[in-house]
Design a protein around this ligand. Sequence first.
Ligand code: MTE
Ligand code: MO
Length: 222
Amino acid sequence: MTEDGIPISGTIRDKLIDRKQDWAREGRLLTGTTADPQTVRLPPGQRLVRDWPVLDLGQQPNVTEQKFRLDIDGAVENRLSLRLDEFMALPQSEDVSDMHCVTQWSRYDNHWRGVAARALLDIVRPHPDVRHVIFTAYDGYTTNIRLDQFDQPDVFLVHQWEGKPISREHGGPVRMLVPKLYLWKSAKWLRRIHFTISDHPGFWETRGYHNNADPWMEERYG
Ligand SMILES: Nc1nc2c(c(=O)[nH]1)N[C@H]1C(S)=C(S)[C@@H](COP(=O)(O)O)O[C@H]1N2
Ligand SMILES: [Mo]
C-alpha cells in the first residue's frame, strides 16, 4: 500500500503514475499563458473533445447500493453518514458546466444532477475556522480543495450525467464535480468529505500537481 492507501499492484498503474509524475517534473503541456475565465471559455493549453475520456488509477471499484456509504465529517455541526437512498433524499438540483482535465482535454456543456455543495453546507454547517475540504474515494484516491472553492454555485455531488446515472467508469454512483478546477480535484466513487482547519494535499497534489489547480491560471504543476 502507498501512504494514500492505494494498493500497489499492476505495472500498468505504476507506469501511469510515473508518467504523470514525469509530466509534473518536466512541466509538460505548459503554455506559460493565463486567461480570464470571464472572457475566455477554453483555458490555455486545452483542446475540446466530444467524448468523455476515462482517467483514474486503473481500479474502478464496484460501489453497489448495498456497499455505498457517504460520510461527511470533521469540524461540522452535523456529521452525516448516508446510505444511497438517504443521499438521494437530500435536496437535488441540476446544472450545466464544462470540464477541464490536466491531460489537456476539455468538454463543454455537461448536464449534471445531484446535491449542490451549498445545499450540503446548509445541512452540515462547518465550524467558522474550517478552511479545507478533503475528499476520499472508494479506490483510495484523495484530493483536497479550499472551502471557498467548495462553496460555489457550480460545485456538486453528482449522480447523473446527461439524464442518466453516472457510469461506474466515471465514478458512479456518486462523484464530486468542481468544474472551475482541473478534473483531478473531482473525486470519483466518493466515500467521504472531511472539513478541516488544516490542509491535507491528496494523491496528485503530493506527486507534483498544483494544490490550487485553476485551469485559467494554468496551475497544472507546483
Ligand atoms: N476516485 C478517483 N477519482 C478520480 C481519479 C482517480 O483515480 N480516482 N482520477 C482523477 C483524475 S486525474 C481525473 S482527470 C478525473 C477523470 O474523471 P473521468 O474519468 O470521469 O473523466 O477523475 C479524477 N478523480
Ligand atoms: Mo487527470
